[in-house]
Ligand binder design. Structure first.
Ligand SMILES: [Zn+2]
Length: 187
């Protein structure tokens, strides 16, 4: 029997979707890539296809994830980027050999140097993080308004006023909490 694992929270931005594989960081944290295979599954969703992942590679992935989280959080509140986090992101970015390939029907595909090279996939994620933290991409880094979440997310809304990392989870929960609080006030 296959164990059941927490669902993924999939966003459209690779780097912040990746940091979202650990959610509720300021509450009861949920690890959404608890095993190497679960990370393989997550990568596949984003077109980064590897056929295996070792525990060492998963450790590298988590180290990158926490580094992106730290740097993106600092960028969102306009603080100096933590040097150790920048170091990890740069290392991972530099140590991969992934190539972007244009398919005949005009789509982008990632080609990794080998299907066991999780490091190549991590370099793609690191480069994505660099593109949002550097302000190169259209959008703004912000922190989720949910007190138990506070995840860094990339706001691409026109007004740049998004409050939650994810409308279906954090946004909904906040709305429900407010609704319940309002009803309790009434006799
Ligand atoms: Zn959130």
């Amino acid at each position: 029997m296959r164990a059941s694992f927490p669902d993924f929270r999939l966003g459209s931005v690779l780097a912040t979707s990746f940091t979202g594989t650990l959610s509720e960081r300021h509450g009861d944290a949920v690890e959404r890539i608890p095993t190497p295979q679960r990370f393989v599954d997550w990568l596949a969703v984003y077109g980064l296809v590897v056929d295996s992942c070792t525990t060492t590679q998963l450790d590298l992935a988590r180290e990158l994830r926490e580094s992106i989280h730290a740097a993106a959080t600092a960028a969102a509140v306009q603080e100096a980027l933590p040097a150790p986090a920048v170091h990890v992101i740069n290392n991972r970015s530099a140590q991969g050999r992934a190539a972007a390939i244009l398919t005949p029907d005009g789509k982008r595909q990632w080609q990794l140097s080998s299907t066991s090279c999780v490091e190549d996939a991590l370099s793609v994620i690191a480069a994505d993080a660099i593109s949002i933290i550097s302000g190169e991409r259209d959008g703004k880094l912000a922190l989720c308004a949910s007190p138990t979440c506070q995840a860094a997310f990339f706001d691409t809304s026109r007004s740049r006023t998004r409050k939650w990392c994810d409308m279906n989870t954090c946004g909904n929960r906040q709305k429900k909490a407010r609704f319940t609080a309002n009803h309790r006030k009434k006799p």
